[in-house]
Design a protein around this ligand. Structure first.
Ligand code: ATP
Length: 347
């Protein structure tokens, strides 16, 4: 996938007191169409989970395709980990089902368990075993044995960049190394669906990039990946499609471009320096202004097309007699997430 730095700002106009900064979004479009051609690996159907009166997962349906990274996003307590643990067969759903390559989670939990690899949010490793011993232990749990297991251990240590540390105790590993081994353990039995619950939380940027590269290679190899994260950049740049969960309900599913296109506005104009109580009538009355936010001298206009607003904005600025700074930005996932859930992705 080609990618150019997401934002570049430059001044396009500096006339009188008006300076306009245009932020261009140059992220290459993802390929949702390609994803749609891939076969469905996992189909989640009206999944529900209640804890007493708390509906942690409420009628959630989506699918994940082979060779796709599906990002499940949501604020704290939205139900992401609950979905993951139901799929990993650790919890039984209160209702609904999930079908993995034709096998029902409810009716064939053992078959499904064997086809799924979970890298849990809380690292699940034995610190007083070496990396290779951890892989050997979990390999046995999944019924992988003998030469096949030894070859797999070798392959996985190499795959996650821990070949040199294979015989060292996990207790001596950095956070990033543990995360990578946690991921390797999830892969020991060659699962077809990989569940990654915040796999980069708490690791340094270098280890994080390493983990993201591993995930991309798994996608390349045709694995279906369900991924949760609180990092915007990962959701935007790594995931092929996204599902946004809040209070157990799935609010939206689609590619980032598709979800953004569904919003009634496409750009945000931010103005700084207007006097308090400035008359916003000219912009308010203009076509394509969907929403106006003001906060301590900053006014944000959510618009269909910022270019259509330049006339009214110029008049507003001229009347104010002040140096007004304008910035125009394309909508990002952050804006969509805030709009849908009322919360920031990272809180
Ligand atoms: P986070 O981003 O903080 O990891 P999450 O989206 O993964 O949050 P879950 O951990 O799935 O959210 O929790 C969803 C809801 O279910 C929360 O209200 C939580 O308190 C509740 N919950 C989760 N596990 C249990 C449990 N074992 N018993 C009772 N309630 C639970």
């Amino acid at each position: 996938m080609t990618r150019i730095e997401p934002y570049r700002s430059f001044t396009v106009e500096e006339k009188g007191s008006l300076s306009v900064q245009r932020s261009l979004s140059l992220v290459a479009a993802k390929a949702p169409a390609q994803c749609q051609l891939k076969p469905v690996a996992l189909r989640v159907e009206a999944l529900r989970k209640s804890y007493g009166t708390n509906e942690a997962v409420a009628d959630v349906s989506f699918d994940v395709r082979k060779g796709e990274i599906f990002g499940l996003l949501g604020p704290n307590g939205a139900g992401k980990t609950t979905v993951m643990s139901i799929l990993a067969t650790a919890h039984r759903p209160s209702g609904g089902d999930a079908v993995l390559f034709g096998h029902s989670l409810r009716q064939e939990p053992r078959v499904v368990r064997q086809m799924i690899g979970l890298a849990p949010q809380e690292i699940a490793l034995y610190p007083m075993l070496s990396a290779a011993e951890n892989l050997r232990f979990f390999g046995h749990v999944y019924g992988v044995k003998g030469a096949e297991l030894e070859n797999r251990i070798d392959e996985l240590l190499h795959f996650v960049g821990l070949k040199e540390r294979g015989n060292d105790y996990v207790a001596t590993f950095s956070g990033g190394m543990r995360r990578r081994l946690n991921l390797a353990v999830a892969l020991v039995h060659r699962p077809m669906l990989i569940l990654l619950d915040e796999p980069t939380t708490g690791v340094d940027p270098q280890s994080r990039e390493h983990i993201l590269e591993i995930v991309r290679r798994l996608r390349q190899a045709g694995c279906a990946i369900l991924y949760t994260t609180h990092y915007l950049e990962e959701a935007e740049h790594l995931c092929d499609r996204l599902g946004i969960l809040n209070h157990g309900k799935l609010l939206a599913v689609g590619s980032l471009d598709g979800l953004l296109a569904d919003l009634e506005y496409a750009e945000i104009i931010e103005m700084r320096g207007l006097p308090s109580g400035a008359d916003l009538t000219p912009v308010r009355a203009a076509d394509g202004v969907c929403r106006i936010e003001s906060n301590r001298g900053v006014v944000r206009l959510f618009v269909r097309s910022a270019a259509d607003l330049l006339g009214p904005l110029q008049r507003l600025v001229n009347r104010s007699g002040r140096n007004i700074k304008l910035e125009i930005a394309s909508l990002r996932l952050e804006d969509l997430f805030l709009r849908l859930t009322g919360k920031e992705l990272r809180d």
